[in-house]
Design a protein around this ligand. Structure first.
Ligand SMILES: [Fe+2]
Length: 213
């Protein structure tokens, strides 16, 4: 051991002395405090079966909403063509709105006493939205893919809203109807209008007049 090294280590232990209680305790492991699919009921005037039913439905729509959110970011990055800039911005706006829905759904699951699905691998195993390819696609294909995902989510949201209402879970019904359904419907409108084949420069009627038809 060189004299320089001895000096360094003694200086280090002098610096550490007295800091025991301020140092983080690292590499801790323990059994999870609540397994997935179990309900730790809170005093919210809903019975356990109502919470269980809503949590199961919300976790499905959470996985699908996370998938749609991520698909928006994929398309935000990978879009190409003359409409690049407007689609690049629109896809990112919708991504942000879907991210807000993800947080609202996940937090509702927790307040119902459930456990929110969270990690990408678990989401991939759960979602019913078809997986897009890794590569880039044309803008109309990207938009069609997003519209299909929106419709899958809207279809299940209508069914789940009715089920929540039936078990007396008004909060879940309100989240699904007021936030999720309305936001998805609005985004569908914004996307769909891009797939209407209207001419960019010359109206069809003007073309017909100039050609003598
Ligand atoms: Fe970006």
């Amino acid at each position: 051991m060189s004299p320089k090294k001895v000096d360094n280590s003694s200086r280090y232990s002098q610096l550490e002395a007295g800091t025991q209680r301020a140092r983080p305790v690292l590499h801790e492991h323990a059994k999870e405090i609540q397994p997935y699919n179990k309900i730790a009921k809170l005093p919210i005037a809903l019975d356990e079966t109502a919470c269980e039913s809503s949590v199961a439905n919300l976790n499905q729509i959470l996985a699908d909403t996370m998938t749609l959110r991520d698909m928006y970011k994929k398309h935000h990055w990978q879009v190409a063509g003359v409409t690049f800039y407007q689609l690049h911005l629109l896809f990112d706006k919708h991504h942000g709105e879907q991210a807000a829905l993800v947080d609202a759904i996940a937090e509702r699951i927790q307040l119902l006493g459930g456990v929110s699905i969270a990690m990408a691998a678990d989401v991939a195993e759960t979602t019913i939205i078809p997986r897009p390819p890794r590569g880039r696609e044309e803008a109309p294909v990207q938009i069609s893919r997003l519209l299909e995902a929106h419709e899958i989510i809207l279809k299940e949201a209508h069914t789940m809203a009715r089920e929540a209402s039936k078990v007396g879970d008004d909060g879940t019904n309100d989240l699904l109807v007021s936030d999720l359904i309305r936001s998805n419907e609005l985004q569908v409108w914004f996307l769909s209008e891009h797939l209407v084949a209207v001419p960019l420069l010359h109206p069809e009627q003007a073309k017909a007049v100039s050609s003598g038809d």
